[in-house]
Design a protein around this ligand. Structure first.
Ligand code: FAD
Length: 460
């Protein structure tokens, strides 16, 4: 077996790939599938034993960004549509046509795991699960290999093109490429959050739901319950025998382990405060239980690459179109207050009720968006330019998902899973094209890339 020298140590090279995709979330698995379908020898490296990223490990649902703003016109199809149709065939998502009339694609996270397994295996992607990317070995400016750790030890995966789909731009960062972090003013990122599933209570009519929401809001106002919204009965996932609520939040930096630990403990505590309260004081909830909390706290934002272009809030608001468009987004500038559990503050906007009590607001309110400036035009979308995927520093690195190049405001829209899947499909196609042509990703023919993406059913 070939070895590679890392800090004077010999590391076994366990795979020699054309395309190595790091991270198997919404930005990663479509990249691997697309690269493999286009003939590249592709490996996907994922730290967990399953893929899906926050869609599975975070229980995040529904998949947003599949239609134009406030419209049922699709803007993302391709691999996202295939995934939805396979989930539908398993009874775990609506049909594609039904999904178009909903604000997001509801789905079952367990079924998504097996759908992604099957699609990767059918495409011929080599899977290196249970494996954390920890470092890189460079050859000049390029990445020669990523260093990984798993139960078999420390290993290297060599590749021609690397796709950083770790969400946190781990590969770019380890390679010494410039990255940004959160908002420009103080580098704070959006709050982290989690989902949980509650079960063990009888179905409720709308009147009772509204009464219960009033109760919960009252307890939040009193400071007994700690959430950023009251929606504990929301069903964001597909099955309705349990809830799927997105109401916890924790401030902190998802690239600092101390903040991750604090966030995990805090959101679990908040969920159990609710369960204890419901059991003790709300008739009908005596036997309610937490079916599951998400496997990991979810970062909404962390590091992003510095690319050849950074998507901006103005691009979102104006529905910007670009000649090198490789994906479309429609989600809005949805910035969760970085401080975390700040009820009644939800979004970081000019109208924040904290006003000058918040140092960020005091310094930046003239540059902040107001509520009415957060959205793309009705029925429209914004393009994601290919340049957002290209690192300024590493010629054989593409970024995908929520670590592409964007400002804090730009990422607040582009981060949703429908958009990440579309970006991932484009990143994988570009990587395979670069390998086939023997050029770096920045030098591929963009018209040819767009043509390939279109042929594969994607809308660009
Ligand atoms: C609380 C919350 C609510 C949200 N709500 C919605 C919503 O309703 N709808 C929506 O569409 N989007 C929502 N989002 C956003 C969306 O979930 C994410 O932006 C999206 O999942 C990003 O996809 P990704 O692939 O870039 O990153 P991730 O989903 O984070 O996936 C990254 C993958 O890389 C792996 N990985 C990371 N580092 C390494 C490493 N060093 N080595 C190996 N593997 C690694 C991870 O295990 C993971 O599988 C929400 C996010 C949060 C946190």
């Amino acid at each position: 077996m070939r070895t590679i020298i890392e800090h004077s140590r010999e590391i076994p090279v366990v795979a020699e790939a054309d395309v190595a995709v790091c991270g198997g979330g919404p930005g990663g698995f479509p990249a691997a599938i697309a690269a493999a379908r286009h003939g590249a020898k592709t490996i996907l490296i994922e730290r967990y034993g399953f893929m899906g990223g926050l869609a599975t490990a975070g229980l995040v649902a529904p998949i947003l960004g599949h239609t134009a703003h406030e419209s049922n016109i699709p803007i993302v199809e391709g691999i996202l549509r295939e995934v939805t149709e396979r989930l539908h065939a398993l009874g775990c998502a609506p049909s594609w046509e039904e999904a178009l009339s909903e604000w997001g694609i509801r789905f079952d996270a367990e079924a998504l795991k097996v759908v992604i397994d099957e699609m990767c295996q059918e495409a011929g992607v080599e899977l290196l699960l249970h494996t954390l990317v920890t470092d890189v070995v460079k050859d000049g400016d390029s990445i020669a290999a990523v260093i990984v750790e798993n139960k078999s030890g420390r290993q290297a995966v060599a590749g021609k093109v690397f796709v950083d789909a770790t969400g946190d731009a781990d590969v770019a960062y380890r390679a010494g490429a410039p990255t940004t972090h959160g908002r420009a003013f103080d580098s704070r990122n959006q709050a982290m959050g989690s989902f949980f599933h509650l079960a063990g209570f009888e179905p409720l009519d709308q009147r009772r739901v509204q009464e219960l929401y009033k109760l919960i809001r009252h307890e939040m106002e009193k400071g007994r319950l700690h959430f950023y919204n009251k929606g504990f009965l929301n069903c964001n996932a597909y099955h309705t025998d349990h809830t799927s609520a997105n109401m916890t939040r924790a401030g902190g930096d998802p690239t600092l382990v101390t903040d991750l630990v604090r966030a995990e403990i805090s959101v679990r505590r908040n969920v159990w405060e609710l369960v204890r309260y419901l059991r003790a004081e709300v008739p009908g909830f005596e036997n309610c239980y937490v079916q599951q909390t998400s496997f990991q706290i979810g970062p909404r934002e962390s590091r992003q690459i510095v690319g050849l272009y950074a998507l901006t809030g103005d691009d979102i608001r104006n529905g910007a179109k670009f000649e090198d468009a490789i994906a479309r987004g429609s989600w809005w500038i949805d910035i969760h207050c970085p401080l975390g559990n700040t009820y009644p503050v939800h979004l970081c906007v000019a109208e924040c009720p904290e006003g000058a009590d918040c140092p960020y607001w005091a310094a930046e309110h003239e540059n902040m968006c107001s509520q009415r400036e957060l959205f793309p035009p009705k029925g429209d979308w914004y393009d994601i330019p290919y340049r957002c995927l290209l690192s300024v520093a590493i010629p054989n690195l593409l970024s995908s998902g929520r670590c592409i190049s964007a400002t804090h405001e730009g990422m607040a829209g582009a981060r949703v899973m429908g958009t990440c899947v579309a970006i991932g499909q484009a990143a994988g196609t570009a990587a395979a094209l670069a390998v086939a042509e023997g050029v770096s990703p920045a030098d591929i023919n963009i018209s040819q890339l767009r043509e390939l993406i279109r042929k594969d059913g994607q809308l660009v």
